[in-house]
Design a protein around this ligand. Structure first.
Ligand code: DX5
Ligand code: ZN
Length: 227
């Protein structure tokens, strides 16, 4: 299966934001062994969102391990002016790059930069951003990310009225692009997200906050009917 096909599958994508960074490789190995193939990497710059997290060095550190099993590094940029950093992340090993529509006045241009770099193109929207923000680029992106919490932190409660928004976003996208949800995903919230039209379910604290990340991953994947 090609990496592009992985994005079109029904998949749970563990977010390493909630992992133990002192043993990151081990934690990623656990979820890969449990069947995860899309590893979600949350990049925060202290400007677009208050926290500062990780950069291209961590992407590069995980690349070989994820590529060995045919998986992909799904990089979620919560940074201002993402167009300035696309190249660094793709060179480090990002297979898909998702940036926020709110973070640049040049969404179409940034999407074209990601496309030219060879990575899959994702655009994310915050809870208060209308789905129409993606209407004009729906035909040129591989993935739309509907935030189901405010970006910046793991462990927040799922915003329940996101479900209706996910449905509207799926209508705009048609079947042509992946639809990802991110924030508050667990075995309870994953099934309604699937039913609303999401096929990629990011889960951070529900996976790595557990003493058994592999078991926690499988529980969400089973609930969602994912692989
Ligand atoms: C939040 C990040 C998420 C985060 C989700 O800004 O984009 O990917 O890891 O964490 P949980 O699953 O704990 O809500
Ligand atoms: Zn994320």
């Amino acid at each position: 299966m090609s990496r592009g096909d992985l994005l079109r599958d029904v998949r749970v994508a563990p977010s390493i934001l909630s992992a133990d960074f002192a043993r990151l490789g081990e934690q990623v190995a656990e979820v890969l062994a449990a069947g995860a193939r899309v590893i979600h990497v949350d990049v925060m710059d202290g400007h677009f969102v208050p926290p500062i997290t990780i950069g291209p060095l961590v992407v590069a550190a995980l690349r070989e391990q994820v590529e060995q099993v045919g998986g992909l590094l799904d990089v979620h940029l919560m940074i201002e002016r993402p167009e300035r950093h696309v190249d660094d992340f793709v060179k480090a090993g990002a297979h898909s790059v998702t940036f926020h529509a709110e973070a640049t006045p040049h969404v179409a241009y940034t999407a074209s930069l990601v496309r030219e770099s060879g990575a899959s193109v994702g655009v994310a929207i915050n809870p208060a951003t209308p789905v129409g923000a993606l209407a004009e680029v729906a035909g040129v992106i591989d993935l739309a990310l509907c935030m189901t919490v405010n970006p910046g932190w793991g462990g927040q409660p799922f915003i329940e009225h996101s479900l209706e928004k996910v449905e509207r976003l799926r209508n705009i996208l048609g079947d042509g692009a992946a639809l990802q949800v991110d924030g508050g995903i667990d075995p309870r919230t994953a099934p309604p997200c699937r039913a609303a039209g999401a096929n990629l379910l990011v889960a951070g604290s529900a996976v790595f906050g557990s003493p058994d990340p592999a078991g926690a991953y499988r529980a969400i994947a089973e609930a969602a009917g994912a692989l």
